[in-house]
Design a protein around this ligand. Sequence first.
Ligand SMILES: *Cc1c(COP(=O)(O)O)cnc(C)c1O
Length: 390
Amino acid sequence: MDNTQSIVARIVAGTREIMDAPTGNVPLHIPVFGENAAGYVNECITTGWVSSVGKFVDRFEADLAKFTGAKRAVAMVNGTAALHIALKLCGVEPGDEVLLPSLTFVATANAVSYCHATPHFVEVESRTLGIDAKAIRDYLGEIAEVKNGSCTNRKTGNTIRCLIGMHAFGHPFELESVLELCEDFGLNLVEDAAESIGSYYKQQHTGLFGRVGTLSFNGNKTITTGGGGAIITNDDSLADLAKHLTTTGKKPHPYRYFHDMVAHNYRMPNLNAALGCSQLEDLPAILESKRKIAAGYISTFADNSDFEILAEPENCQSNYWLNALVLSDLNAKHHDAVIQQLNQAGIIVRPIWEPLHTLPMYCDAPKMELGVTMNLANRIINLPSTPRIL
Ligand SMILES: *Cc1c(COP(=O)(O)O)cnc(C)c1O
């Protein structure tokens, strides 16, 4: 048996045991719904309140703020729209540059492009898979200058307006050093918390450290509204502006259509919010189940030198959205074969995203040295992580 086969055999056996699935396909991550989901959705249908206003939208925003501890939450059509709005709230303008990891889902960079700004890719650390404040600090020291509290790229002359950090697979990135970096370089911090609802850094919910945090409720995320997203913030005026920007810039009025800016139709429909209300009720049970699954992977695969399972960073609580297996450097060459054979064996897994600076539309974008990103991209495999709540 070569090493690929041995690794695959161990992962198949371990995963089937942890996921309590002796036969058949084990999906990567599928949604689970508690007892109120169908009733809430049905209420939208029977009352006719299925579209962009309704009591479930208001309730979902209130419940989301309560769960995360945010002063305000504003629900939107999806996490990508939430990122687009978050960047607008931070004053990103055409021609600006926005720093973001290359190791993230493509939406993070696309939101920058929607603002006619330039994504500028930065490095991550292997401990958290999140942005590496020290490496970015050294890099900005070389290429940027700070004047009147604003950061300029000396090579391009463009303003570097924002830094987006992303809490990969629910593991919080090193917020303390990132906040210091943002302070020193005059950068707004946006947290892409699409994957990290229920994840905490030093007891505070992710997404609330920067100016704005964004969440996603896509079907594969920890909780889902079908499609959906939100921003969370402790700044009332930003939340009000977010609502306005996502509601076609319409001035509230019983019957007049008066709009005071070119804005978006990014509202979350009531139908989706109804599902979201039930999912927030289920969230504590989902998080508990996810911790058990992660603990299972970590202990089952503890004594082995071929790969490790990513554990939550120190002083953090991860929601363990998707468990991540990291092949040892020696086994990186087996990455594709292991993924292919696991899928053939019914253990549905996937590699981490292709680093964004290697995609055709972003291959000419500015970037720092991305050695850690490339190394990790060739070693990470996401394992089945569907919670059980019933
Ligand atoms: C899912 C995700 C998004 C986008 O969310 P959608 O709701 O699918 O638009 C953005 N960033 C990251 C890191 C994600 O995982």
